[in-house]
Design a protein around this ligand. Structure first.
Ligand code: NAP
Length: 319
C-alpha cells in the first residue's frame, strides 16, 4: 500500500530542502526524496555538493563550502521533522489527485507514495560537449567537477571548457593543483560575471584559448589532449592536456516528469504565478524551473515560495 502524504518534495538542493523546512514547520509532514549518489553531476544535495567556496550566500561573511551549506540545510529540514529518503523518483502519474509517485522499480504495480501536493525541485545537471572521446574518457581525465577530481591533477596541465562563471570557478579552483589551466572558450568574450573575470585574468596560472571549440578529447585509456578547431580559420590544433573539465552549462532534471507536467522548450518545468505549474497541486522551484538566476539563494527563495504556495493550496481545498 502506498504511503499517503500531504506533500512530497522531489530533490534535495537548496530549493527542495528549503521547501522541506517550510512545509515541516507548517506541520505538513513532508517526505523529501533526495536522490541517490549515482554520478558526479547528479547526487543528493545538488550542484552545491560539487562546488567549493560559496561566497555569495547571505549570512556567511567569510563564505562557506557548498557541501557544508547543504549539510546544514539538510540538518535543519530534519530537525523540523521532514522525512528525508535516499531514493530516486522513477515515475509519476499526475493526471488525478492524489498524485502517484514511484521510487525504485517504476513498473511496480502500486506507487510508493500518494501525495496531495508535489513540489518538484530536482535541479539541473552539467551539460556535456558531445564530442568523440568525451564519454569514453569520463572519469579518466574528463570531469565535470573540479572539487571532486581536481586533486588528481597535481602539477599537470588542464583544460577547462566554457566561458561562464562555472568555467572560471573551476579554473580558479584547479590552479591549486594544476601547473597550468587553459580555459578553452568558443568566443572571444566571456559570459562570466565581472568579478570572476577579473580574478581569472589576474591569476598567472590561467591562460585563455579564445575562439576555439573542442572537437575531440584525445587519449587511449586516459586523456592526453584535446583537439580544437579555430572558429576564425577552421584550422585544427591540439592542446596537450591530461585533464578536461567541462563547464558549459546545465540541463534540467525533468525526464521523469515529461508528459506529466508542462515543460518549456528547453525542458525546464514551466511555472507561473510563483511556483505553480499547469497541474493544480504540482509546484516547482529551484534550477529545474529557472534558467535565468540559478543561484543557491534564488533556489532557496523559490523553495520557500513553493512551500507557501503548497500550504495555501492544501488549506484552500480543506486538506
Ligand atoms: P552559462 O553561464 O550558461 O555559461 C556556459 C558557457 O559555456 C558559455 O560561455 C557558453 O559559451 C559555453 N558553452 C555552452 N555550450 C557550449 C558548447 N557546446 N561548446 C563550447 N562552449 C559551450 O553556464 P554556467 O557557467 O554553468 O553558469 C550558469 C549560472 O550559474 C549562471 O547564472 C552563473 O552566473 C551561475 N554561477 C554562478 C557562480 C558564482 O556566482 N560563483 C558560479 C557558477 C555558476 P557562450 O558564452 O558562447 O554562450
Amino acid at each position: 500500500m502506498p504511503s499517503h502524504l500531504k506533500v512530497l518534495i522531489a530533490g534535495s538542493g537548496p530549493a527542495g530542502l528549503t521547501a522541506a523546512v517550510y512545509t515541516a514547520r507548517a506541520q505538513l509532514g513532508p517526505v523529501l526524496i533526495e536522490g541517490e549518489p549515482s554520478s558526479t553531476s547528479d547526487q543528493p544535495g545538488g550542484q552545491l555538493m560539487l562546488t567549493t567556496e560559496v561566497e555569495n550566500y547571505p549570512g556567511f561573511p567569510d563564505g562557506i563550502l557548498g557541501p557544508e551549506l547543504m549539510t546544514s540545510m539538510r540538518a535543519q529540514a530534519a530537525r523540523f521533522g521532514a522525512d528525508i529518503v535516499t531514493a530516486k523518483v522513477t515515475r509519476v502519474e499526475l493526471e488525478k489527485s492524489p498524485f502517484a509517485v514511484w521510487t525504485g522499480d517504476p513498473d511496480a504495480p502500486s506507487p510508493t507514495y500518494e501525495t496531495e501536493a508535489l513540489i518538484i525541485a530536482t535541479g539541473a545537471q552539467a551539460l556535456m560537449l558531445g564530442v568523440p572521446g568525451e564519454d569514453r574518457l569520463l572519469g579518466y581525465g574528463v570531469s565535470t567537477c573540479a572539487t571532486c577530481d581536481g586533486f588528481f591533477f597535481r602539477d599537470q596541465h588542464i583544460a577547462v571548457v566554457g566561458g561562464g562563471d562555472s568555467a572560471l570557478e573551476e579554473a580558479l579552483f584547479l590552479t591549486r593543483f594544476a601547473s597550468k589551466v587553459t580555459v578553452v572558450h568558443r568566443r572571444d568574450r566571456l559570459r562570466a560575471s565581472r568579478i570572476m573575470q577579473e580574478r581569472a585574468f589576474a591569476n598567472p596560472d590561467i591562460e585563455f584559448a579564445w575562439t576555439q571549440q573542442v572537437v575531440e578529447v584525445l587519449g587511449d585509456g586516459k586523456v592526453t589532449g584535446v583537439r580544437v578547431r579555430h572558429a576564425a580559420t577552421g584550422a585544427y590544433d591540439e592542446l596537450p592536456v591530461t585533464g578536461v573539465f567541462v563547464a558549459i552549462g546545465h540541463v534540467p532534471n525533468t525526464a521523469v516528469f515529461r508528459g506529466q507536467v508542462a515543460l518549456d522548450d528547453q525542458g525546464y518545468v514551466a511555472t507561473h504565478d510563483g511556483s505553480r505549474t499547469n497541474v493544480d497541486g504540482v509546484f516547482a522551484c529551484g534550477d529545474v524551473q529557472d534558467q535565468t538566476y540559478r543561484q543557491a539563494v534564488t533556489a532557496a527563495g523559490s523553495g520557500c515560495m513553493a512551500a507557501i504556495d503548497a500550504e495555501r493550496w492544501l488549506e484552500a481545498r480543506g486538506s
